[in-house]
Ligand binder design. Structure first.
Ligand SMILES: [Zn+2]
Length: 210
């Protein structure tokens, strides 16, 4: 995605890409898209708050048990990604996490608008996440195949691997990131004028052909 290449100095930059694993149309069933729309609503909330627009929901037994969005600018904390925000909420709630167990997310599925970064992908594996669905890939930090296959390609002596599938509401996930990066980032140490930038609407097809 050429449009992001000029933004590499931005510390909260996400370089989007096509997911390495593209779901076939028949696999994009309504329930996955329904949950991803909820995640997208959280990304919209992040955009409105001046954050890199990434949102997520965690689903257990066909119900959303936590929803969150990026809060890295607000909290000035680079670890405050949507996934970790939601995980903190789940682990702190005695109804959602009644006992201490090795893998408290073993019956929980994550829907997130952008491929989890390496940090989040590792946390998800350590907590035994059941499965992950995401929108667009992340060529700079992606931990589910784009940079490192933390979810399953890397061997680990005990933590079980998990499947991560991209491509759900991919175009929307890309466009909301573009909308963020085209506006002024007032949280940057030296805000750069982006007044002359034009919002690109062309989305290239996935390179991956199943
Ligand atoms: Zn992350």
């Amino acid at each position: 995605m050429l449009w992001t290449r000029t933004n590499k100095r931005n510390s909260c930059f996400i370089e989007i890409s096509s997911p390495k694993i593209k779901p076939r149309k028949t696999e994009m069933n309504d329930s996955h898209l329904r949950w991803m729309r909820e995640a997208m609503a959280m990304a919209e909330e992040a955009l409105a708050a001046g954050e890199v627009p990434v949102g997520c929901v965690f689903v257990r037994d066909e119900q959303i048990i936590a929803r969150a969005r990026n809060r890295t600018n607000e909290l000035r904390n680079a670890t405050r990604h949507a996934e970790l925000e939601a995980i903190d909420e789940i682990l702190a709630d005695k109804l959602l996490t009644p006992t201490i167990s090795k893998y408290p997310l073993s019956t929980t599925t994550l829907y997130v608008t952008v491929e989890p970064c390496m940090m989040c992908a590792s946390a998800l594996r350590q907590l035994g996440i059941k499965e992950v669905f995401y929108g667009c890939g992340n060529d700079r930090f992606g931990g589910c195949g784009s940079v490192l296959g933390v979810n399953e390609r890397l061997d680990h002596p005990s933590h079980p691997s998990y499947r991560a599938t991209g491509g759900y509401l991919r175009e929307e996930a890309i466009m909301i990131l573009r909308r963020f990066y085209i506006t002024e980032n007032t949280n940057a140490p030296v805000p750069k004028s982006k007044a002359n930038r034009v919002l690109k609407t062309e989305i290239l097809p996935d390179a991956f052909v199943p």
